[in-house]
Design a protein around this ligand. Structure first.
Ligand code: HEM
Length: 374
């Protein structure tokens, strides 16, 4: 498609598919493409108005000025300096999880890549330790909503239940933190709300749900995809074992190579000419980040892992005003995880033949990756 029909109209999905790097950037930088893309009818979301309401105040689905207002508040509570203070706890958690898997056959996804990110995001938000397991179930149910595939029946009921429990839980936690603030993200956000920065409790809760859902499925997939790719590059693994200072460059390249968010979408709010094609007002446009990251017009030898690439920004965290809010946190987590793996388990064995992919088109990841931590 990149060569033959890079801005492709697809009647089957009722919209456009954009696959070249430059065109993807152009769409994500263009105000004529709106992020407010939730279906106006309930089709694909069961009959769940509550779901649409919960989604519609999330950053990911908002345009300016609401997006600008909320993003500023969340970014304030989410600065790299603030996240730095969590590094020692993330390291401790990483080592604890790895130690619990040592010396036995392990599924890297379920025993490491799932629990690490959800525990970290709960920690950053300020969710008490005892409640963190609950969040995992709720946000998995909610994750099915934004997975890019239509969901029906019992899955709708499950996702709705997840949202309702999330909302109740956070409404109670907000009361607790309001009465006695702590040094956590939630207390910062409540303070912003009280300082009259126009963050309503409903907006706060909707975006806490987003942080949890966006923050853990993606990072889980990244850790799994990354380890699988490395298991096929023994020389690179050995280079990291010899020099763990390579880890940040490896993490960046792995993000480009096999990115967890393959596709995102926008809706045209006017007619737009893109690469010679006329996209009509109201049309849906899917931009394929995974394809842009492998665009040979932008990256030399795109299908090989090369940690010495320079000056080439990957689109794994998106582009423009919706660029991932958790990018720094995701990188820190992955760097800590791969650092711990190469230093503690230089002879790690990965059962790559038994790896199983998830079925979503939007999110690319693994549901199983057997490893032996020796
Ligand atoms: C490797 C892991 C991750 C990847 C690949 C990833 C990818 C992305 C992408 C591609 C977008 C932009 C989507 C669009 O423009 O439509 C995005 C947005 C977002 N991400 Fe991430 N993400 C990751 C981890 C995280 C983490 C850890 C958090 C939370 C702590 C997070 C929170 C968010 C939020 C809140 C947004 C919406 C920002 C906005 O609309 O202004 N992400 N992410």
């Amino acid at each position: 498609m990149r060569d033959e029909d890079p801005v492709h109209e697809d009647p089957k999905i009722g919209g456009w598919i954009v696959t070249r790097y430059e065109d993807v950037v152009a769409v994500l930088d263009d105000k004529r493409f709106s992020a407010e893309r939730l279906p106006l009818t309930d089709e694909g979301y069961g009959s769940a108005r509550a779901m649409r309401e919960a989604l519609s105040s999330q950053l990911l689905f908002l345009d300016p000025p609401d997006h600008t207002r909320l993003r500023k508040l969340f970014a304030k509570a989410f600065t790299p300096r603030r996240l730095d203070t969590f590094k020692p706890q993330i390291e401790a958690l990483t080592h604890e999880l790895l130690s619990s898997c040592m010396g036995r056959a392990t599924d890297f996804i379920h025993e490491f890549a799932v629990p690490l990110p959800v525990t970290v995001i709960a920690l950053v938000l300020g969710v008490p330790t005892d409640d963190r397991l609950k969040l995992r179930g709720w946000s998995a149910a909610f994750g099915s909503l934004i997975s890019g595939r239509p969901i029906r029946g019992s899955e709708v009921a499950q996702a709705l239940g997840g949202i309702a429990e999330f909302e109740d839980y956070f409404a109670r936690l907000i009361q607790v933190r309001r009465a006695a603030p702590e040094d956590d993200l939630l207390s910062d956000l409540i303070a912003a709300e009280e300082a009259g920065d126009r963050l309503s409790e409903q907006e706060l809760i909707a975006n806490l749900i987003l942080l949890l859902a966006a923050g853990h499925g993606t990072t889980t997939h990244f850790l799994g995809n990354g380890l699988l790719a490395l298991s096929r590059e023994p020389a690179l693994w050995q280079a990291m074992v010899a020099d763990p200072a390579l880890v940040p460059a490896v993490v960046s390249e792995l993000l480009r190579f096999d990115t967890p968010v393959q596709v995102t979408g926008r809706k045209a709010i006017q007619h737009v000419e893109l690469a010679g094609r006329r996209i009509a007002e109201g049309a849906r446009v899917r931009v394929v980040l995974g394809s842009a990251n492998r665009d040979e017009r932008h990256f030399a030898n795109p299908d090989s892992l090369d940690i010495h690439r320079e000056g080439t920004r990957t689109l794994s965290f998106g582009q423009g005003i919706h660029t991932c809010l958790g990018a720094v946190l995701a990188r820190v987590e992955a760097q800590i995880a791969f650092n711990a793996l190469v230093t503690r388990f230089p002879n790690l064995k990965v059962g790559s033949d038994l790896a199983e992919r998830t079925s979503s088109v939007t999110f690319r990841g693994l549901q199983r990756l057997p490893v032996s931590l020796q």
